[in-house]
Design a protein around this ligand. Structure first.
Ligand code: CAA
Length: 261
């Protein structure tokens, strides 16, 4: 891979978009490599992913403006689909994905972070959807996910004005869960990922699916989605062990790692 690095630390996979000379902007090659990287994640061992950008300055500075500058209408639509397909794969990826936003998250950068389950950022992070200043709409999910995450009023203001916001404002509007000094961001992401990875993997996956699928349904259907995924956890080894451990009165025993079965 030229632009995407993948490293596994214990049960946590770290994907780094690495095209530093263009502030990690997403061209077709980066999108293809991201797609392949996701396909290659070993879901038997990896229980949580972290997505970040290379360097100290930028997470992802958007889709590649040079590549987009000469597209026809049909090519523009196809480029949007290419980004949307990869971002959707990330959004519905079976295990949780944490975006560790280490700088600029503009346009496609803000959009890819919103395809992740959880966003945390460094204190130098900048978020925004600058597309209308370039003569286009957000095209990798920004018109849809920003409104769902922060509400339509704030999303419309950000998108129509194309004004960037800093980390503290991103925290205030609920776009990120926490802000860290730059040098502490990856350690915080890894700690959170390890905290997720130690829990029963089938249960964690089912939680992700229940939340994602339920958000797309009305409440009557959503609670049925939950019931099925709740029921699905029973009779697993991890459910039997987790509950037996709780009920065991011999508290000197050390809890064993969950088996993912
Ligand atoms: N596409 C292509 N190249 C980009 C880029 C992008 N989105 N963002 C930065 N770069 C390149 C610059 O062209 C520059 O390359 P050269 O050194 O070859 O000139 C290099 O990265 C460094 O960038 P700057 O010199 O501009 O760095 P800066 O510190 O002065 O500014 C910045 C940083 C504010 C992030 C600025 O680079 C910028 O505004 N970038 C564009 C941000 C943007 O508009 N993103 C949205 C793109 S549209 C989109 O994403 C559509 C969609 O929804 C799918």
């Amino acid at each position: 891979m030229e632009f995407v690095l993948y490293e596994v630390k214990g049960q946590v996979g770290i994907i780094t978009i690495s095209r530093e000379k263009a502030l990690n902007a997403l061209n077709s090659a980066v999108l293809d490599e991201l797609d392949k990287t996701l396909d290659a994640v070993d879901l038997d061992t990896v229980r949580c992913l972290i997505l970040t950008g290379a360097g100290q300055k930028s997470f992802v500075a958007g889709a590649d403006i040079g590549e987009m500058s000469t597209l026809t209408k049909a090519e523009g639509e196809a480029f949007g689909k290419k980004g949307n397909d990869v971002f959707r794969k990330l959004e519905v990826f079976p295990i949780p994905v944490i975006a560790a936003v280490n700088g600029f998250a503009l346009g496609g950068g803000c959009e890819i972070s919103m395809s992740c389950d959880i966003r945390i950022c460094s204190d130098n992070a900048v978020f925004g959807q600058p597309e209308v200043g370039l003569g286009i709409t957000p095209g990798f999910g920004g018109t849809q996910r920003l409104a769902r995450l922060v509400g339509p009023g704030i999303a419309k203001q950000m998108i129509y004005t194309a004004r960037n916001i800093k980390a503290d404002e991103a925290l205030r509007i609920g776009l990120v869960n926490a802000v860290y000094p730059q040098e502490e961001l990856m350690a915080a992401a890894e700690k959170m990922a390890a905290g997720i990875a130690k829990n029963a993997p089938i249960a964690v996956r089912n939680c992700k699916k229940a939340i994602n699928d339920g958000l797309e349904a009305g409440m009557d259907d959503a609670i049925v989605i939950e019931e099925k995924l709740f029921g699905d956890c029973f009779e697993t080894e991890d459910q039997k062990y987790g509950m037996a451990f709780f009920l065991d009165k011999n508290k000197e025993k050390v809890k064993e790692p969950f088996q993912n079965k």
